[in-house]
Design a protein around this ligand. Structure first.
Ligand code: BTN
Length: 253
């Protein structure tokens, strides 16, 4: 593990490319990976014309919000990658906490990695991974944070940093994300520190113990959110069975 100078995820181990308009910062990172980029590269953009969200949704990307992607190459063996989305949400959680005023509503994480302010979605995280032709694996961590804009057609509550009394520009916000991500990746220790990451995640999470609905691609299931296992799977107690869920949209009931 190393946040110290010279470590794999020390502060000086990352490069940053700041772009104007792109289709998607995730696409930019994947393109660089295919061309042989060694990784630890941040790409930010002022605006995205084809921002991607989870499950094939689009991510509205007007200028004024933060659009950032981090390219990692072979960050951990595949069997240890399961906790990376949880670690990433901790970095975004810490970023928001470091800039929001004391009076802002609570910052919490909704499984798996939505960071909420006052139970409203304030950002989106999209991890994408690709096996490269030279045998390496590219993992791209894409993060969008609502600063001045938020969608008004979302089927859930949404908010922005400005609404929470935080007036910051994307360029001022990015160094906080850069620092918190380096710190969390060092603590994640290439997936070896899964238990400390899941423990920190549980402390920052909302809704554990409460009734939730999980929307899967083909059905919805209601039950009690019993917590997460060490792979980051959501444990849902339906009253009849305990189910481990790998992907789905959670709604608090
Ligand atoms: C979600 O659906 O909640 C995830 C949204 C992720 C959006 C970010 S913005 C930066 C990066 N580039 C993309 O195209 N998507 C991610």
């Amino acid at each position: 593990m190393g946040f110290q100078r010279g470590g794999r995820y020390s502060l000086d181990a990352f490069r940053h490319e700041a772009l104007g308009e792109v289709t998607s910062t995730n696409t930019e990172c994947l393109a660089r990976a295919r061309l042989g980029d060694p990784g630890n590269l941040w790409v930010t953009a002022a605006r995205q014309s084809a921002g991607r969200g989870r499950r094939g949704r689009s991510w509205a990307s007007e200028s004024g919000n933060l659009y950032a992607s981090l390219l990692l190459i072979d960050p951990a063996p595949p069997e240890r990658l399961g906790s990376l989305p949880l670690a990433v949400s901790l970095a975004v959680h810490a970023t928001l906490r470091s800039v929001l005023p004391m009076a802002a509503e609570a910052v919490e994480i909704k499984w798996p990695n939505d960071v909420l302010i006052g139970r409203k979605k304030s950002c989106g995280i999209l991890l994408e991974s690709e096996a490269l032709s030279d045998g390496r694996r590219a993992v791209v961590i894409g993060i969008g944070i609502n600063i001045g804009h938020r969608p008004d057609d979302a089927p859930y509550g949404v908010t922005s940093l400005q609404e929470q009394g935080c007036h910051i520009s994307p360029d001022e916000l990015f160094p906080h994300l850069y620092r918190e991500m380096a710190q969390v990746l060092a603590a994640w220790d290439e997936g070896r520190a899964v238990s400390s990451i899941t423990e920190r995640w549980r402390d920052a999470a909302c809704g554990i113990g409460g009734q939730i609905r999980v929307n899967l691609p083909d059905r919805s299931i209601d039950g009690r959110f019993a917590g997460i296992d060490d792979q980051g799977l959501l444990i849902l107690d339906t009253g009849h069975a305990s189910m481990a869920i790998a992907a789905g949209d959670v709604f608090f009931l």
